[in-house]
Design a protein around this ligand. Sequence first.
Ligand SMILES: *Cc1c(COP(=O)(O)O)cnc(C)c1O
Length: 228
Amino acid sequence: MISTNIAIINKQVQEACNKVDRTSSEVNLVAVSKNKSVDEIMVAHQTGQRIFGENRVQELMKKFPMVPNDIEWHLIGHLQTNKVKYIIDKVALIHSLDSFKLAEEINKRAELIGRQIAVLIQVNVAKEDTKFGLEKNQVIDFLEEVKDLSFLKVKGLMTIAPEVDKPEEVRPVFRELKNLFRQIDEMKIPSIEMQQLSMGMTGDFQIAVEEGATLIRVGSGVFGERQY
Ligand SMILES: *Cc1c(COP(=O)(O)O)cnc(C)c1O
């Protein structure tokens, strides 16, 4: 049951926050609705869930006109430059900025619609070949490159942790991202804000919250297993 699932997740977030003396209002659930129907999104919406994440542009575009407009859409998957134009006026946050070319395109399209677009930089902390994202040691140079793109608003960092048997094994990955986040924050780079740390999925979001996540991206934990 989707409503029960969401209640359980919220409770687990609360427990993780208690463990490390955080306030649970700092942590927001992104309900990852990929491969799930509009009806299922509506059930989650009825429980008060407002932030939804999709990893594919086409799927987001299809669902967008079919749901209430108080939904805040997040694009969480790899974004191709030629698809930016389709989602630029639909998303509240892009979690997956991973190249300068993409940054330029988002900036250009954002200028055309006359509003800044919030983005997170995707970091491939564990250097997995199968994952997109900058390497940790590239992020600061990258920020220097994009900081003058005035319609692009960098709001933080995102990572997808490796798949492991025990969630505890990914704690160092989350901790490294948090340390980088802090380091960047302390640099006070003009126009770069470190507000959001997007990390943690169904299997590991409690650990991510303990390590400082402000956005957790939970799919199967909310909607049940995906059928492909
Ligand atoms: C699918 C997906 C998620 C959610 O995965 P679950 O394990 O179902 O919670 C989170 N982040 C990204 C980028 C995804 O593609």
